[in-house]
Design a protein around this ligand. Structure first.
Ligand code: AMP
Length: 217
């Protein structure tokens, strides 16, 4: 696992964040999520947060330059860690090329989680996250014990502003046009795996666990 960089790639709602959290727990990895980093900047009201808020709410991608700098800073800070998992980055072929440069000393393992658009709409419509600790729930598929309340820390659950039906449709379009071509970029090299993300969280996790164990452990 040492020196590994696992990239979880796929459309919004495929389960990247949920599965990344599970892999972090199972293998003791450092989790880097560009969406979480950006949401933290927005919540803090920082200069970066002000720049990206509208773009995120519209379901568009923030600039390669801004996001790549954020990733490079976080990779440097996490350096020396056993292994890392990157979720939500790269999202364009240019970002993938940049990652090759800044993570040249790491062994890349790329796992694509695929999911049907109908299933994605169903999942994202019910998705909530904890305003305190960030834990992810689904009001239909994985509800908390008490309505709208986090099991782990008791804070209120909220919906992401970009999980509305229209914004999800835009995010899927952006995925098809700008992010999906990355699959070809990585598939042409080794260490690229595709997992069917339409199944339950447990089934998808077992598939991911087997891949990580066989390749990176
Ligand atoms: P996520 O939580 O991964 O769905 O990301 C939420 C939003 O953050 C995306 O819809 C984009 O607006 C922005 N974002 C996250 N990662 C990236 C990235 N690698 N490149 C550009 N924009 C990103």
């Amino acid at each position: 696992m040492e020196g590994s960089l696992i990239i979880i790639f796929g459309p919004p709602g495929a389960g990247k964040g949920t599965q990344a959290e599970r892999l972090v727990e199972r293998f003791g990895l450092v989790h880097l999520s560009t969406g979480d980093m950006l949401r933290a900047e927005v919540a803090r009201g920082s200069e970066i947060g002000r720049q990206v808020q509208q773009v995120m709410e519209a379901g568009e991608l923030v600039s390669d330059e801004l996001i790549s700098k954020l990733v490079a800073d976080n990779l440097t800070r996490a350096n020396g860690a056993r292994g890392m998992i990157l979720d939500g980055y790269p999202r364009t072929v240019d970002q993938a090329r940049y990652l090759d440069v800044v993570a040249a000393d790491r062994n890349l393992l790329v796992i694509a989680i695929e999911a049907d658009e109908q299933e994605i709409q169903r999942r994202l419509g019910g998705r909530r996250f904890c305003s305190g600790c960030g834990k992810i729930y689904n009001v239909r598929l994985a509800p908390p014990a008490a309505p709208e309340t986090c099991d782990a820390c008791g804070a209120d659950l909220v919906q992401r502003s970009d999980d509305s039906e229209e914004v999800v449709a835009e995010r899927l379009k952006v995925y098809r046009e700008q992010t999906r071509p990355i699959a070809d970029f990585y598939a042409a090299r080794g260490n690229y795996y595709v997992v069917d993300g339409n199944r339950s969280v447990e089934e998808v996790f077992s598939a991911l666990e087997r891949i990580v164990e066989s390749v990176a452990a």
